[in-house]
Design a protein around this ligand. Structure first.
Ligand SMILES: [Zn+2]
Length: 115
């Protein structure tokens, strides 16, 4: 139920943006979801549809911008980008598993479309 808490925050933010800008309806919300954030993009729209019922954001489209995971190798210093979750993460250059995550665990609202 990780997504539900996050989507409640997204809904609150979108409604606040609409209110502050004199919008009557939220039409679209663009989210950037990190690969490693634990949020499953497939679930996001359906959760949102449920919690936004009866609000000014009902029926809004959720647009998802995937944010790949970027690792830097502690051994050779090369960066490796993962676009999909894997069973393990290794350096694409030297094969080491001693990686440090640079980005890919975040979650942010990129934009809110209102009318
Ligand atoms: Zn390496």
């Amino acid at each position: 139920m990780h997504e539900l808490g996050i989507m409640t925050d997204v809904l609150d933010t979108a409604l606040r943006v609409a209110e502050q800008n004199g919008g009557k309806k939220v039409t679209k919300i663009t989210l950037k979801i990190g690969l490693m954030s634990g949020v499953i993009p497939e679930y996001v729209q359906s959760f949102f549809d449920v919690i936004s019922k009866g609000t000014a954001a009902e029926g809004a489209d959720i647009i998802i911008e995937p944010d790949p995971a970027v690792f830097v190798c502690r051994k050779c210093g090369e960066k490796t980008v993962y676009n999909a979750l894997g069973p393990e993460y290794v350096c694409g250059s030297c094969g080491s598993q001693a990686l440090r995550m640079l980005s890919g665990c975040g979650f942010q609202i990129v934009s809110v479309g209102i009318i």
